[in-house]
Design a protein around this ligand. Structure first.
Ligand SMILES: O=P(O)(O)OC[C@H]1O[C@@H](O)[C@H](O)[C@@H](O)[C@@H]1O
Length: 345
């Protein structure tokens, strides 16, 4: 049972919307709709004053204002450190957990019970430091840069704006808006909407950043995905030919190069940005699983394994991050949308 104060935080500041949240775009549509930055004519949220339910082309949505009513397969509970988390369960047997702090997906279990994500043993759940593991956000800065490492979205509380069932599977949408904390680092008004949709063998996320200010802003971003692995057996396919920015040895002065390998492996420390990455990478996690990480509009990728810098856990994970490294400019009212799908094949 969630403590009342936590429940209030979980229910968040914004009323859930039910009418206009679209199912995840098929890849081709997402690409067409968002080649770079697109202007959406109308705001995304339509608020309701009482719980209600709508059904449109396979989408069932349930939401309430100030009441704990979510779509079937979606619940809010108390997680580590008393932080609220969303639990989503698919009737196909997969499940995921998302902390409102950082909108961080910390667990994604496929029907055989395996959790394909990894949370570092040094992760703290105190609502102060970002959660080190799962899929943290890097926004509005990937870094290094003038702001704190990876920006602020991973250490702010997001709120739930929508929950729905799409063709039998649950999905939730979280929202982040600027506040005094974000403005102390980045003085802009913005809205981030993050939709997480569970399927039997895949997890999709759609991130939409909207400039709600009256002046343009620039940002970059990444989904810093920690994938459970056995590092000596890990390989990532699909990056051959990409321009690389190798952050080893100096992250502030990365070395330019080109990836020549069909398969990238992790025999030691790796911290490398791949510019113009393809829309699909194949990861062998070294544990017997093949995972396809596909995306629309995340133009770049990052591979990271800390090796002996994190002696206690480096063997157990690899970060394969979809990223937008080259700075993106959004004019007032413009939005940028990017989608990621992680699929066990
Ligand atoms: O420990 P953090 O702040 O989550 O960052 C971990 C790493 O994240 C990676 O994305 C960066 O490329 C690395 O340079 C960085 O060290």
């Amino acid at each position: 049972m969630l403590a009342p104060s936590l429940l209030l935080r979980a229910l968040g500041k914004a009323p859930p919307s039910t009418e206009v949240s679209a199912p995840l775009l098929p890849r081709s549509q997402a690409e067409m709709a968002a080649p770079c930055a697109l202007t959406l004519p109308s705001p995304l949220s339509v608020s309701s004053s009482s719980p209600r339910r709508s059904r449109r082309s396979g989408v069932v949505a349930m939401a309430s204002v100030g009441q704990k009513v979510y779509a079937p397969g979606v619940a809010v509970s108390e997680g580590n450190g008393g932080l609220p988390k969303i639990d989503i369960k698919s009737p196909h047997g997969s499940e995921a957990e998302i902390y409102l702090f950082g909108a961080c997906v910390t667990s994604w279990k496929v029907p055989n019970g395996k959790d394909l994500l990894f949370v570092r043993p040094d992760a703290v759940f105190n609502g102060q430091k970002p959660i080190s593991g799962g899929i943290p956000h890097c926004f509005p800065q990937f870094g290094p840069g003038p702001m704190q490492q990876h920006g602020f979205a991973r250490n702010m509380n997001w709120s739930i704006t929508d929950s729905e069932v799409i063709e039998g599977d649950p999905a939730v949408t979280l929202e982040l808006k600027d506040d005094s904390y974000s403005r102390s680092m980045w003085d802009f008004s913005f809205q981030a909407l993050y939709k997480v949709a569970l399927h039997s063998t895949s997890l999709s996320t759609t991130l939409k950043i909207t400039n709600t200010d009256d002046k343009p802003f620039s940002f970059n971003s990444a989904l810093h995905s920690y994938i459970r692995a056995s590092i000596s057996g890990v390989s990532v396919k699909g990056l051959k030919g990409c321009k690389t920015l190798n952050k080893d040895p100096d992250p502030t002065n990365p070395l330019e190069g080109k990836e020549e390998r069909e398969e990238v492996t992790f025999p030691g420390f790796v911290d490398c940005v791949y510019l113009g990455a393809p829309s699909e990478l194949t990861l062998d996690n070294g544990l017997g699983d093949k995972i396809v990480i596909s995306n629309a509009n995340w133009s770049d990728a990052v591979l990271w394994n800390p090796h002996l810098q994190m002696e206690a856990c480096y063997k157990d994970f690899v970060c394969v991050e979809n990223a937008k490294i080259e700075t993106l400019l959004l004019e007032p009212k413009q939005s940028w949308v990017a989608e990621q799908k992680i699929e066990l094949i």
